[in-house]
Design a protein. Sequence first.
Length: 136
Amino acid sequence: MIHGVGIDLVQTSRIAAALERFGERFAQRILTDHEHRRFRQARRRVDFLAKHFAAKEAFMKALGTGLRQGVSWRDIEIRNEPLGRPYLHLTGRVRELLEYYEAGECHLSLCDEGGYAAANVTLLKRVPLRAGPNPR
C-alpha cells in the first residue's frame, strides 16, 4: 500500500544562484557529511546539488511533513547502489516518523536535463505478514 508520492522539479539556475550567494553554507545545510564529500568531488556540482535538493523535497512531500515536525534536510541522505541506482538512507526524526506512520520501503528516481533536476519518491506502508493456509 502506498503512504505517499512526492515529486519535485528544480531549476538548476536557482541552485547555482543560491550557491553563489551563500557559498558552501548552502550545500552544508542541505547535504549530509557523506553527501558533501561527494559534492566537493563532483564534476557537475550544481546538478549534483539540484538533484539532491529535489530528492529531499520529493521525499518530504511523500512523507507529508515538509520541513515540519522536526524533519531536517540532513536526516535524508541519497546514496547509490554499486550499479548506480539511487536510494534513500533515512535517520533521526525522519526514521521516527516512518515508524509512527508505519511506512518503510521507499523508491527514488532522479533525472536532470535542460537546466532542470527532477525527483520522484514513492513511500510504501509496511504491510504485516498475515498467517495463511500452509501451501504444500
